[in-house]
Design a protein around this ligand. Structure first.
Ligand code: TEU
Ligand code: CA
Length: 542
């Protein structure tokens, strides 16, 4: 496999609304991102994945786009966007855009036209069905955000499909005009010099609704191959698809370079493995460290050379990883560093979500009105009232609600964490007085510098990017240990997943002699039989 820049890169995801506010309206903006580029360059990242900044009525914080070629006024202007691309480029940082083309906003011109009459030329841009004889929705398909996926539009008395909010009508990808419009729009952004696309719920665009097929439809890969040809094929860009249902076999279909589709996908098996079959993340199963190791190592080995992994713990839809697998209290710093090492030493392209690099945690708002997310509110209002009490719903939101990752970035211990001088659109996490960027930059042993070092190590050693992966002690429920090696180097990675001291006993054939590359405790004495302190983590270079 030819080596590619996007394999050797580390990506940093920005959720603009919560990143940095510069005009004091309480909402993060593009100027705010520009003001922090030096900070990101210092961290050492190569790419920014920018969550949507397009014009939008914001029923789902910009994942409902009303104009793909305009910037939402609260985020700034197209000049600001051009300036961001240029300023990032000066620092060798590429910007990848969020491509949200499974659906538009209900306020997109296409939808306004489409809904106006049955014979409007845009009608077929969306998915319409007649009500049943007694006036019900055409099927019992549900929206990801709760309730029916069908909404009756009174103007023409037909239902339109929305797999997400009713403000997010699904585009009809079977219509070649829709695909052409998407391609044109992508080319317009590529011409601006962006570094690629993250493709929102791209596995849904091949849906065959009358057969009940949503994910991984029969035409999906044809559409992606057409897209590759018509748009980014000739550009040297990063493309990553969001694919909740991908198995390694499916991931290869997207990311095998010989198929000319995408560079890589986000797979979610390590996230969904603790979701309930019926109630998903709202009724999480008990954590299972052995399963976590099995899932992650399966992905490490099974893609082979026919695909490429993305590595992530966090994004704007997921709870904070230090709250999920680490410790929010006395072991916060060591546990955040352990989780970072565990992920960044694996094979693939790592993604860091804003605030992860300082160990930001989940938030516990007592008042449901302090939450913003449409998914949280739908769950709290309507979901299975006999199964969950309101208190149980709050518990579920505290552990898995999407707003856990959407509180403003904690820049300093100033008012509102230095995010804004005004009232922030969402309350800051009260722990900002101790957890903030300024404090992290001032402490040489902070989580920030641990991430910085991990990013640099990946630049120094191709072995971390490309080397073979081998899991050690697969049945040990307390540790996650593995090796990465090629002809030149070997790294042995040792992690205690627990908040307890645990004993490590490595087989004799594995040696821990060598140089200590990185660790989360100052005084590590590696030995095949040793006691690992809570969340202890270190890497030996041989
Ligand atoms: O997410 C897809 C998605 O399915 C998530 O909403 C996820 O399933 C949910 O959090 C699980 O409870 C993408 C975006 O990342 C998300 O922010 C958008 O809301 C969604 O698509 C619609 O565009
Ligand atoms: Ca602002």
């Amino acid at each position: 496999m030819n080596k590619k820049w996007w394999q050797q890169s580390v990506v940093y995801q920005i959720y603009p609304r919560s990143f940095m506010d510069t005009n004091n309206d309480g909402i993060g903006d593009i100027r705010g991102i520009i003001s922090k580029l030096d900070y990101l360059a210092n961290l050492g990242i190569d790419v920014i994945w920018l969550s949507p900044v397009y014009q939008s009525p914001m029923c789902d914080n910009g994942y409902d786009i009303s104009d793909y070629q305009a910037i939402a006024p609260e985020f700034g202007t197209m000049e600001d966007m051009d300036c961001l691309i240029e300023e990032a480029k000066k620092r060798n940082i590429k910007i990848i855009m969020d491509l949200v083309v499974n659906h538009t906003s209900i306020e997109h011109e296409w939808f306004k036209e489409a809904r106006s009459s049955l014979d409007n030329p845009y009608r077929d841009y969306y998915i319409w069905r007649e009500p049943t004889v007694d006036g019900h929705p055409p099927s019992d398909m549900g929206s990801v955000f709760g309730g029916s996926a069908w909404t009756l539009d009174p103007i023409t008395n037909q239902y339109y499909l929305h797999l997400f909010d009713k403000g997010q009508p699904d585009l009809n990808w079977e219509n070649p005009k829709v695909r052409e419009e998407v391609h044109q729009m992508m080319n317009w952004w590529l011409d601006k010099g962006i570094g690629g696309f993250r493709m929102d719920v791209i596995d849904l665009v091949g849906k065959v609704i009358d057969q009940g097929i949503t994910g991984n439809g029969p035409k999906l890969h044809d559409y992606l191959q057409d897209m590759h040809k018509a748009t980014f094929g000739p550009y040297d860009v990063l493309t990553v698809g969001e694919t909740w249902g991908a198995t390694p076999e499916i991931a290869k279909l997207y990311s095998d370079p010989d198929r000319y589709e995408l560079n890589m996908v986000f797979q979610f098996e390590h996230i969904t493995m603790d979701h309930d079959e019926r109630h998903g993340k709202w009724m999480p199963k008990k954590q299972n460290p052995i399963k976590l190791k099995q899932v992650l190592s399966k992905w490490q080995t099974e893609l082979g050379n026919e695909g490429w992994n993305s590595l992530f713990w966090n994004n704007h839809d997921l709870p904070r990883i230090v709250s999920k697998y680490g410790d929010e209290g006395e072991h916060r710093v060591v546990s955040a560093k352990m989780l970072a090492t565990l992920l960044h030493f694996m094979k693939g392209t790592p993604y860091i979500y804003q605030g992860e690099e300082i160990g930001m945690t989940n938030v516990k708002f007592e008042d449901i009105n302090d939450y913003d997310d449409v998914e949280i509110h739908n769950f709290y209002k309507d979901y299975e009232p006999t199964l969950f009490s309101k208190e149980e719903k709050m518990e579920a939101i505290w552990s898995n609600g999407r707003d856990n990752s959407r509180t403003p970035v904690q820049w300093s211990d100033d008012k509102n964490a230095g995010f804004t001088q005004a009232r922030p659109w969402m309350k800051v996490n009260p722990n900002y007085s101790s957890i903030n960027v300024l404090a992290a930059l001032e402490a040489s042993d902070s989580i920030f510098y641990h991430y910085k070092k991990l990013i640099q190590l990946r630049k120094d050693y191709d072995t971390i990017v490309y080397g073979d992966f081998k899991l050690i002690l697969p049945d040990d429920p307390n540790t996650f240990c593995y090796m990465r090696e090629d002809d030149d180097h070997r790294f042995v990675v040792i992690n205690n997943l627990t908040n307890q001291a645990v004993s490590l006993s490595l087989p004799e054939e594995i040696s821990l002699s060598g140089e200590l590359t990185i660790s989360n405790y100052a005084d590590v004495v590696p030995s095949n039989t040793m006691i690992l302190r809570p969340y202890e983590s270190f890497v030996i270079h041989q």
